[in-house]
Design a protein around this ligand. Structure first.
Ligand code: ADP
Ligand code: MG
Length: 272
């Protein structure tokens, strides 16, 4: 056997593992974004996100968090650099393959439609058979704890419940990648912590990859496998911080030394 062949053989299992267990779902290489106004929103952003990760983006207002997320959703393109989502363009991954869903801070529900009909909407638009629409909507509404409120109208719901509907609507399309832009920012602390726990359960249960924008360092630490700390002028990823705490993450974790140490590390990266 030639040396070359031996090397190939020994390399193969490693290559195989990479492709089988942790494909890169989102790939950004040297991404720059300059808006027409001349604002440099992003400067040289490099990021590889593998399947099953929960990545949070933290940083002050204006550092480009929403710009990154919107580009990954196919809403706006990089001015230069490479962006791949689920092995294709961001636009195709979301619009044609329905593999990417987006949840905003504002739940954006249709006020005249019931909870169930709001969740059914994206399935209707995709031409999913009516019976399947109802079944899938009920499945995700149960997952977010709303199966007893399916007939309610949005105005009858609390802020936390509206956000649950919005999450259910995103999940109904069975996305692989869930993008969330400050989804819990307008909620009170208790509701917020409940939703964080529920989101982690859903993330595991559905085998999702989540990209989550927040201002809140503690929220980022509680949820994430890794945190992208962003800094402004121009917007860039200052550092990536691993959160090596096992899941499921219990409420008591929030008061541990390890938790506060990681939060301190993130906070200090924010101000440098
Ligand atoms: P963040 O979400 O971190 O607050 P954004 O991504 O919304 O930051 O914005 C990054 C920068 O780009 C800011 O300076 C913002 O004013 C600017 N910006 C965002 N969207 C637009 C747009 N559509 N046109 C021009 N400038 C924009
Ligand atoms: Mg934003």
């Amino acid at each position: 056997m030639s040396l070359h062949a031996a090397k190939k053989l020994s390399d193969n299992p490693t290559d195989q593992q990479k492709t089988d267990y942790s494909p890169v779902l989102v790939n950004l290489e040297a991404v720059h974004k300059v808006y027409q106004t001349g604002t440099i929103a992003l400067h040289d952003v490099n990021l590889q996100i593998t399947q099953g990760e929960f990545i949070s983006f933290v940083g002050p207002s204006g550092c480009g968090k929403s710009t990154v997320l919107r580009m990954i959703a196919g809403l706006g393109e990089p001015s230069s650099g490479k962006l791949e989502v689920l092995g294709t363009t961001a636009k195709r991954a979301r619009e044609e393959n329905n593999e990417v869903a987006f949840v905003f801070q504002d739940a954006t529900l249709l006020p005249w439609r019931s909870v169930l009909d709001n969740v059914v909407l994206p399935l209707e638009l995709r031409g999913v058979p009516k019976q399947d629409q109802q079944r899938e909507a009920m499945r995700v509404l149960e997952m977010v704890g709303l199966k007893d409120h399916v007939k309610a109208l949005p105005r009858q719901l609390s802020g936390g419940m509206k956000m649950r509907v919005s999450i259910a609507r995103a999940l109904a399309a069975k996305p692989k990648l869930l993008l969330m832009d400050e989804p819990f920012a307008a909620l009170d602390e208790i509701t917020r912590q409940n939703l964080q726990n529920e989101l982690l359960n859903i993330w595991k249960q559905e085998g999702l990859t989540v990209l989550f924008v927040t201002h809140n360092v503690f929220e980022a630490v509680f949820l994430s496998t890794r945190i992208a700390v962003m800094t402004p002028r121009p917007g860039k990823i200052a550092t990536m911080i691993d959160v090596p705490m096992p899941y499921p993450r219990k409420e008591t974790l929030r008061t541990t030394h390890q938790f506060s140490d990681i939060a301190a590390e993130v906070s200090s990266a924010l101000v440098h």
